[in-house]
Structure formats: C-alpha cells, structure tokens
Design a protein around this ligand. Structure first.
Ligand SMILES: Nc1ncnc2c1ncn2[C@@H]1O[C@H](COP(=O)(O)OP(=O)(O)OP(=O)(O)O)[C@@H](O)[C@H]1O
Length: 284
C-alpha cells in the first residue's frame, strides 16, 4: 500500500542528512509504529510522506503512485494528527470540526459524535483556546478522523493523557484499523507502540535500525529469562535465570526440582531495552 524507498532529506542543503536511506512499507490495514527519541527523524519522514516537505531523494508511493504526483483526492483520504495542536483557538471545539469537515469533498462524520467519542462533548461549545493541552490533543485527533480517512498519520496520539482517556483513543485507533485504515503511528512511548502496532520501526539518528513485530523484536533481541521466588527455610529469595545460558538452565532445572518455588515470572524484554541494546540510546 505505502512504499518508502531510499529516502534522504537534507534541511541545510550542505549534505547533512536529517534522515538517510529510509526504506519501509506499510500494508493495507496495518499499524506501523515509528519509535525513536526526539530528533531521530520521525517527523521529517512523516512530513515528506504527506507532502508537507518536498521529496528530495528516494521514493514514497501510495498504491504505486508517487507522493510528488498526488492531488486533492489524496488529501480527502488521509487524516493527520500532529503532536503540536494547530487549531483555530477562537472557534469552539464543535466549530473547529465543522470547519474542517467543510474542506473535504467526501462524506464526513458528525462532529458531535466524534467529540463524544473523545470525551469532549461537554466542552463542545467552549473555545478551543481555553482547552487544556490534553483536550486540544483529543480535538486534533477527532479532526484527523472527520473525513473517515483510509490512511492515518498519528503523532503521539496518547501522550500526556490520563489512562482512561488514552484507552478510549487507543480503542478508536483499533476500530479504524478494523475498518481497513492504514496507520503510521509516531511515538517515543514503547507501551503505546507495543500495544497498538503490528510492526515497529526503530529510528535513530535518521536511520531505521530494526523493523519487525514487537514479538519478533523481543524474540530476536531480548534475553529470555525467568524470575523465581524461592523459599529457603523462613527466607524468601529472588533469582533470575537466563534461559540462553546453559549453566543458568541447569540451575533453573535444579530449582524446579527442589520444590522450593513460590512464584515464577517470565521476564520479557521491553521495546525500550531492545532499543537501548541496538542504539546505545534511551527513547526519552
Ligand atoms: N525545519 C528544520 N530545519 C532544520 N533542521 C530540522 C528541521 N526540522 C527538523 N530538523 C532536524 O532534523 C533532525 C530530525 O528531526 P525530526 O523533527 O524529524 O525528529 P523527530 O524524531 O520527529 O523528533 P521529535 O520526536 O522531537 O518530534 C533533527 O536533527 C532536527 O534538528
């Protein structure tokens, strides 16, 4: 569906690339996560993909059609939710959605229904300028869905939201996916990436360093280990056994046979631990 090949971008024009040799694809109905720290190049790629930044070198295509040849019909079918809200602050939440709905030449959603779904129905008639940061973010998210897009670009859709609201937004993203929408989700948040994405691309210093499903990344790069709580006399102790290590495996077997085990937990690597292992950098 979406194909990106050998993408480079140089803001300075002096051969200093903000992103270089970026290649990936997104299948129809798939959620691909872009996970990386600030300045890694996530927004640069996203902006080239939606035509906000000019394509300098490489290819970006939608069903075989190059981004440099896209017309208005493309914009009728995409939804974009940026991290930094760009809203009409003097218009109410409802008016913002109504205004944006009017820009599309395709059937649009009922603004009130969307405001309800993102938990803003009680603030529908308040000016967007008086909204809190999290409310603005939800309004921008609702705006991205107003035209029932086939392709969604979401930048940090759940950052800074309380868990209940974040779960609502995640459920809406999943619902869009079930309806066949293809989604690029950009985030620093490994939990959001793990929960929502079919595949995750780790991006660091303008390059993709790994791209696979969260499960495969964990299997390929994580260390398999188990944490065991043991009762020894009156004492309870904890031990970690790394299952790729033969000596640890033997000791683990002995412990299992000793019947002193209170609890066993498998220790799965997190996407952040794998990111650090691959890049030497933290996500935050
Ligand atoms: N308009 C610009 N002019 C010059 N350099 C830029 C511009 N925008 C981004 N950059 C640089 O390009 C690199 C990649 O930035 P980008 O914004 O794509 O990263 P990001 O991963 O999206 O970061 P964040 O998570 O903070 O949004 C950084 O070194 C940044 O300083």
């Amino acid at each position: 569906m979406i194909n990106v090949k050998g993408l480079y971008h140089d803001y300075s024009g002096k051969g200093k690339y903000a992103v270089s040799d970026i290649s990936f694809h997104i299948k129809k109905g798939e959620i691909l996560g872009f996970l990386g720290p600030s300045g890694a190049g996530k927004s640069t790629v996203q902006n080239i993909m939606i035509g906000l930044l000019k394509l300098q070198k490489g290819e970006v295509s939608y069903d075989g059609r190059s981004v440099s040849r896209l017309d208005n019909s493309f914009y009728n079918n995409i939804g974009v939710s940026f991290e930094h809200p760009n809203l009409y602050t003097r218009l109410t939440g409802y008016e913002n959605l109504k205004y944006f709905a009017g820009l599309f030449k395709v059937p649009t959603r009922d603004p009130m229904e969307l405001l309800d779904q993102v938990g803003l129905i009680d603030s529908a008639n308040k000016k967007a300028g008086a909204y809190s940061k999290g409310m603005k973010q939800r309004l921008v998210f609702a705006r991205a869905l107003i035209n029932n897009p086939n392709i969604l670009f979401l930048d940090e859709p759940t950052s800074g939201l309380d868990p209940t609201t974040a779960n609502k937004i995640k459920a809406m993203i999943k619902k869009r996916q079930e309806d066949g929408c293809t989604i690029l989700l950009t985030t620093h948040n490994m939990f959001a990436a793990d929960e929502l994405c079919d595949r995750v691309a780790f991006i660091n210093d303008g390059k993709i360093v790994a791209c696979d499903s969260p499960r495969n990344l964990k299997l390929q790069y994580g260390e398999k280990s188990v944490l065991v709580e043991l009762q020894e006399g009156k004492e309870i102790s904890k031990k970690i056994f790394f299952l790729d290590n033969e000596k640890d495996r033997k000791s683990f077997n002995e412990v299992v046979n000793s019947k002193n085990i209170q609890t066993i937990h498998s220790q799965e690597a997190t996407l952040e631990q794998i990111f650090i292992r691959l890049t030497g950098r933290e996500l935050a």
